[in-house]
Design a protein around this ligand. Structure first.
Ligand code: UN1
Length: 511
């Protein structure tokens, strides 16, 4: 696809073919930094999802009968293409979702890391040899694919997260129907082209472009064995509820957070300020692991506040394609409105506003970018109260609260854990006891010490607790959600001998 494909309308990839599908509605991919249209796509319908699921179901038996290593070969082709096209694809990510260019490129890097992990894992053991009580028995834990996997992915990691889902699902022997986020269909189109270039057998990988209605069709259909979802808590909980009622079907939902960083009285403040700025403002606060709460000990509060505020006042918001930019725009106009309402809510609840760059000065907006969805940092301090909505509801923007605490690390942890979410968090301290207290007691799936709470690597399980996840981590651990385990026991003897001392004698009335 060319870099300006507005004249052309791109369709869906189903059963090894590019098709227009059943619907007549199209939608645009928009550059959030300029408002310009990048390309036009067909909006998928329930009938298109139906066709894709039929193709995926048809392709399953043949695909599962290949070896892991043969299946992984297709992914290695994609791995090389991702690497070869790094700069080009990084720029496309930045243009389509507004992340600054180093983040656009890191998204592509994270994608090939995941492909490398999943395809490399094809040569690693996939189960365990388990001892038996009975010498003549061999027991094994084996894995087999679940079948058809639906993947629904977000716009903020438009290349990496699709591969968190699909690389593992495919290597494990499942077939896939994927719906990319409606904000980033261009990245979706390119990834589908890569699968086509790799020559993946027809129907093994399918992509339907579209909105939530296509996503619902992908969740509801009885041919789907696993739904992999990464996105908002609102949608994720709906999916988990729907799927929970269907026996045999499984949903792995990774959602957001109201992530916090604790800065104790023993913190190195250079590390604290650096980590907080990265966690709150990188990706314009639009990571599910971004920090919206900074919980700072009273002994270091004033100094931390002064240093953090000074940077927030000045942080470079601008054209995502410029290397000097730290924060690009928000993804879309509706999201800007949502960020505004979170900022207003904090004020209504008594926030003392320290930095308000929500409306950027005209001079801060780069030339030719007036139609972009610009927002800057919003920093406030507020007295901690567990009932405040602003401390419980995720904004998904550059919106961050400073909370002063007094007392020991247990007090900081109490505040830290007092949200419905539990995805990521960090502690900044030079005292190893405080670090270990956080490691053991923070209600999060991703915990960091003396680091930002963003930037997890793919070889770690990625997932949260409480409202942030439903118990099936993504990335490396998606393997659990796309396979069934079989406990396989084989007898090498001609006698039947049972475990637990259970008698294997058959007695009859004659005995
Ligand atoms: C997300 O925040 O939506 O840990 C995903 C990170 C990235 C993935 C983030 N590897 O920051």
């Amino acid at each position: 696809m060319s870099q300006h494909a507005t004249a052309h309308v791109s369709g869906h990839y189903i059963g090894g073919e590019w098709i227009d599908g059943h619907g007549s509605v199209t939608f645009e991919s928009e550059n959030p930094a300029t408002g310009e249209s990048l390309a036009t796509f067909r909006r998928g319908t329930a009938a298109d999802v139906d066709a894709a699921l039929a193709a995926a179901e048809d392709a399953f038996e043949e695909w599962r009968s290949l070896s892991y290593i043969d299946r992984a070969e297709y992914l290695w082709d994609i791995y090389h293409e991702l690497r070869d096209r790094h700069a080009e694809l990084g720029e496309i990510v930045s243009r389509e979702c507004g992340k600054e260019i180093s983040e656009g490129k890191a998204d592509v890097t994270e994608a090939w890391h995941m492909v490398e992990w999943a395809a490399g894992n094809a040569r690693h053991p996939h189960g365990d040899v388990v001892p038996s009580e009975v010498a003549g028995k061999d027991s094994y834990m084996r894995r087999k694919p679940r079948g058809v996997v639906s993947c629904i992915t977000p716009w903020n990691f438009p290349v990496a997260i699709p591969f968190w889902h699909m690389a593992i699902a495919l290597v494990e022997g499942n077939t896939v129907v994927w719906k990319p986020a409606e904000q980033t269909p261009w990245c979706g189109q390119i990834i589908a082209e890569m699968f086509e270039d790799a020559g993946i057998p027809d129907g093994v990988f399918n992509m339907v472009q579209g909105y939530g209605d296509a996503g619902s069709a992908l969740v509801d259909d009885s041919r789907v064995d696993t739904v992999l979802f990464t996105g908002s808590a609102e949608v994720g909980h709906e999916i988990a509820d729907t799927v929970g009622g269907e026996p045999g079907k499984l949903a792995a939902c990774e959602m957001g957070g109201k992530n916090g960083i604790i800065v104790t009285e023993d913190a190195d403040l250079d590390i604290a300020v650096h980590s907080a700025v990265m966690s709150s403002f990188k990706t314009t606060g639009q990571r599910c692991v971004s920090a919206e709460r900074l919980i700072v000990h009273t002994d270091v509060y004033d100094e931390f506040k002064a240093r953090f505020v000074e940077i927030a006042e000045d942080i470079a918001v601008g054209d995502p394609l410029e290397a000097s930019t730290f924060m690009g725009p928000a993804i879309e106009a509706d999201h800007v409105a949502k960020i505004r309402s979170h900022n207003e809510l904090a004020v209504e609840e008594g926030a003392e506003v320290l930095v308000d760059r929500f409306e950027l000065e005209a001079a801060e907006i780069p030339d030719g970018h007036a139609e972009g969805h610009w927002v800057g940092p919003f920093v406030y301090e507020i007295e901690y109260d567990g009932d405040l909505r602003c401390l419980n509801e995720e904004c998904f923007g550059p919106h961050v609260a400073l909370l002063e605490y007094d007392g020991d690390v247990e007090r900081a942890l109490e505040i830290h854990n007092d949200t419905p979410y539990g995805l990521a968090g960090a502690i900044i301290s030079e005292d190893y006891r405080q670090l270990n207290a956080f490691r053991d007691r923070a209600d999060v799936g991703l915990a960091y010490a003396n680091l930002p709470c963003i930037g997890a690597e793919v070889q770690l399980p990625f997932g949260g607790v409480k409202k942030s996840g439903n118990g099936y981590p993504s990335a490396r651990e998606a393997i659990e959600a796309v396979t069934e385990r079989t406990a396989w026991t084989m007898n090498n003897s001609t006698e039947i001998e049972m475990a637990q001392g259970l008698s294997a004698d058959i007695t009859t009335s004659e005995d």
